[in-house]
Design a protein around this ligand. Structure first.
Ligand SMILES: *Cc1c(COP(=O)(O)O)cnc(C)c1O
Length: 356
């Protein structure tokens, strides 16, 4: 395994004292991990250096043609002070799948897990203590060649930055309002929907803005071809409970394969629920609603874990789900997954990776 060079900051920042005001994605720790890729040489020069701005060429290829991928995971502090990660191997496996699609050189998954642990260990004091808080981990790779032409780059930077983040639900598990997008699409089969890449977010902003204008928080995307089948929400996968059956759209290439999605499916199966990964149309959901069989709707993702959906708007139809309250399966999943993540219940699935 490559050695990681360490350069410590001489000017450590004051850590946030009021953990109720952490929010998400604004504060960064003292250090970051950096590694270069150069054609012919491969990934090289892994290092942990002081967090800060760095120079980049105005012609850097990532700025012009968007060759970039990222990941998102969290470090959790347990009651006894241990810091732990949730299925981090899955993040680096997915990062390599994203890399292949975007013609970015693949990484050594085992080395990246080691680098992540080393960085988090060094920044352990930045992992917040209050209930529901965590340290968000953002690995990303982007093309740096100074060249304004379209081709896969020869030079890349891989970085990991860390951001202490607040409890997602400071006021309880409030259901979100979701708007079914009829005009724009997010992804099509054969495109980049399954890759965690900046482009997928750039193209989602217009629909998101439209939802906000109508006082909805997030967009539910339909398939890009027929615009009939449900795909996913902004940065979450989506689940429906219809007549006791837990349903989520199957992974066809246009849906991001969420690690929370995969884990929620495994938890539901282990508890004996009927679980289906299949195509589900928005019409089927509306019909289930009209027949009183749409029991629960929820999103899954690293940020919120489980996000109950209270309102779903499709054209002129507004569906109010489970009285705008969290349902029993959503609550069970939330309690089980956050229980494992923060070490409050035994991890019988083997999902936890401790940082020692
Ligand atoms: C990251 C992401 C998700 C959720 O994935 P998790 O691994 O569960 O955090 C869902 N949809 C999109 C578009 C994403 O980028």
């Amino acid at each position: 395994m490559m050695d990681i060079k360490i350069e410590k900051t001489t000017a450590p920042k004051a850590k946030p004292t009021d953990e109720s005001k952490l929010g998400f994605g604004h504060i960064f720790t003292d250090h970051m991990f950096v590694m270069n890729y150069d054609a012919g040489k491969g990934w090289n020069n892994p290092r942990i250096v002081p967090y800060g701005d760095f120079p980049i060429s105005p012609a850097a290829m990532c700025l012009h043609y968007g060759q970039e991928i990222f990941e998102g995971l969290k470090a959790y502090r347990t009651a006894d002070g241990t810091i732990q990660l949730f299925r981090p191997q899955e993040n680096y496996k997915r990062m390599n799948n994203s890399a292949k699609r975007m013609v970015i050189p693949e990484i050594d998954e085992e080395f990246m897990l080691y680098a992540t642990k080393e960085l988090v260990k060094m920044e352990a004091d930045w992992v917040p203590h209050s209930d529901g808080t965590s340290l968000y981990i953002r690995p990303f790779i982007f093309a740096t060649d100074p060249y304004v032409g379209v081709k896969p780059a020869d030079h890349y930077l891989l970085m990991i930055i860390l951001s202490p983040s607040g409890a997602y639900y400071s006021t309880g598990l409030n259901p979100v309002k979701i708007y079914v997008e009829n005009q724009y699409v997010r992804a099509v089969r054969g495109g980049t929907g399954f890759a965690k890449t900046a482009a997928n977010y750039a193209i989602s902003l217009a629909g998101q803005a439209e939802a906000h204008e109508q006082d909805y928080e997030q967009v539910l995307w339909l398939d890009g071809v027929e615009r009939k089948y449900v795909e996913e929400v902004g940065s979450m996968n989506i689940f429906f409970v219809i007549d006791g059956e837990v349903i989520t759209p199957e992974l066809t290439g246009s849906v991001l394969p969420g690690i929370t999605r995969m884990s929620a499916l495994e938890v539901c199966k282990s508890k004996g629920y009927k679980v289906s990964e299949r195509r589900i149309s928005i019409q089927e959901i509306a019909d289930a609603y009209d027949n009183g069989k749409l029991d629960e709707v929820f999103g899954t993702g690293t940020a919120a874990v489980i996000s109950p959906v209270g309102h779903l708007k499709w054209g002129d139809k507004v569906m109010t789900i489970n009285n705008n309250e969290i349902g029993p399966i959503s609550q069970m999943l939330y309690d089980t997954m956050t229980g494992i993540q923060w070490g409050k219940i035994p991890d019988k699935f083997g999902w936890i990776e401790k940082i020692d």
